[in-house]
Structures are given as structure tokens and as C-alpha cells.
Design a protein around this ligand. Sequence first.
Ligand code: P6P
Length: 338
Amino acid sequence: MSRIITLDEFIIRRQKDFAYASGELTGLLRDIGVAAKIVNREVNKAGLVNILGVHGLENASGDEVQKLDMYANQKLIDCLKNSGECCGVASEENEDIIQVPAIASKNAKYVVVFDPLDGSSNIDVNVSVGTIFGIYRRKSDEKGPCTMEDFLQKGTELVAAGYVIYGTSTILVYTTGRGVNGFTLDPSIGEFCLSHTDIKIPDRGQYYSVNQGYYLKFDVEMRRYIDYCSDLNLRLRYIGSMVSDIHRILLQGGIFLYPNTRKYPKGKLRLLYECNPLAFVVEQAGGKAYNNQLGRIMEVQPHELHQRSTIVIGSPGMVDEMKEFVERYSAVPAMPKK
Ligand code: P6P
């Protein structure tokens, strides 16, 4: 039996990989691991403890906030305060950025963006949900408070990103720009243990993941591509939890699409704390992530904290094929100049 490698041990071993290998990012990643364990404990007993049901508030996205969302949000913020390496956070649950008080003798160099409990509408029906996080180096003066500029950075500026999926098992998957690794929580020892080493996404897969219910609301080129997936007898898998849908595609290959619709003309998913962190992970595993304008998601310059984006993400061979469809069907013939 191969030796257990815990998340903490792995992070410390890989510390030399970071351009700023002074252990600051190490502390931050470990804090996220602690928060994930705490959230996991509550997610696993949500049915027993009075934290089910809608919290009655609306978040920045206008979605009703489930109690577990608020719990997960607060635990992540509390844990990120511990290392003294984080000067601010931006969360789907909070309208504005949140300053994290400095710890004496520490000049916090990072900010963290996160969706504390993505897919939370699934909680009440015991379907897997997830946490998504991204870490940026701050741009503002280290001696002052964090600013919006620290958060409105392209995905290409991420120094680390990942997700936790609370499913049949709890798995933390992350990258620091040198490949992707996954760690499964062993409840008997309370540790995330290396379980998915150097994840590589297959070039193609048997799954496509889209909300088929919106089919008639998609642009024609997207409908044609979805028809093509169906003609290929690909299997539709969509559970309304982005982390879960993308985790399957990361491991088995496939494509996830959330195009623009009449209700969400710019797409529904959030650029900063959903699309970019997952795009970083998928790209690091060899995949691709574009928006409907066929631009690389990670190169889009964010202009607001809760900015929405369309997204097509997954196996490189399938994303490239989708790109060809969009180029072919949306290449509207140039109208003759009058
Ligand atoms: P729809 C969950 O609310 C979420 O943000 C993602 O996790 C998921 O992929 C998507 O929205 C589901 O949206 O419109 O298909 O219900």
C-alpha cells in the first residue's frame, strides 16, 4: 500500500515550486483545507441540523441564500484570517470586498475570491455541492487595505485555484500553475490525502453538460452544436452544480456549456469566483475554457466583482470542435454595402 501523503505535506513539499516560496501561499492553501473540513462536517449533517432551508436573504447574484451558504461563507472568511497572508476576500455571498484585518508583523500579500457553496440549491435534495476558490497576489500597497484593483484581475494572474466537491466523498482539487492534484478527505484521520496525482483531462469524452431546458433559448450555433453532441450519442449529464459537472469532465472527459440565454444575456456564471478558478484548473489539466465570443476566459479583463460570463469548458478536442461550430454557424455573410 502506497504511503499516505496529506494535503499539508504535499503543499509544503511543493512550496519550492512557488515563485514566492516563502511559505505565504502554503499557509493560505492550508487554511482553505481547514475551512473545507469544517464545511464538509456541516454539509454531511445538514439534514440533521437546523441549517437546511432558505436563509431568507438574497446574495449578490440575487439567488436566495441557503443557511449552509452563509455558514460556509463565514467559515471560509474566519479560516482565511488565520494565516495573516490574506488581506481581503470577495465572495458570491457578499456585495462588496471584505477587508481582512492584518496580523501583527505580517504584510498580507494575497486576496482570495470564492463561491463558498456552489450549487447550494441541491443541498436540500442531497445532491453534491462545492466550494470554488482562487488566489491572487495583491496589487495595492501592502501597508494599506486591499482595494477593488486587487480583485479585478484576469484569470491569467491567478497564483492558485481549486475547488472542493462535497459528494459521495469530499475531494479538494487545486493547482498552483504546475499541474493539478486531488485530495480525498479521510474522515477517520481528518486529513485530505493525495488520491488523484497530476490529473490530465482526456482529449475527448462521452459526456456533454448543459441545461437542455434552455435549448430553445440558445443561439442557433449553440443549438446546432448540442444537436451534434446528441447525434454522436454523447451522454447528457447536468446536475446544476458546476463543480460536480466539471469534476466529472475533468476526470472522464467531456464538455460543459453555459451559453447566453434571454434571462442571462451575458451568461449566468460568475467570472471571478466560478469561471476563472475552474478554467485555471481545467487548463492546467490540459483542457480549454472559452466564452461564447471564443475568447479565452482567463484573458477577459474583469470590470466588476460579480460580473457574469458565458463559458464552454472541458476536453480540448471537444472545445475546439464547438469553436468550429460557432465560427461556421455564426459567420453571418457580410451584407453587401449599399
Ligand atoms: P441553471 C448553481 O446555482 C450554478 O451557479 C452552477 O453551480 C450551476 O452550473 C448553474 O448555476 C445551474 O444553473 O440555470 O442550469 O439552474
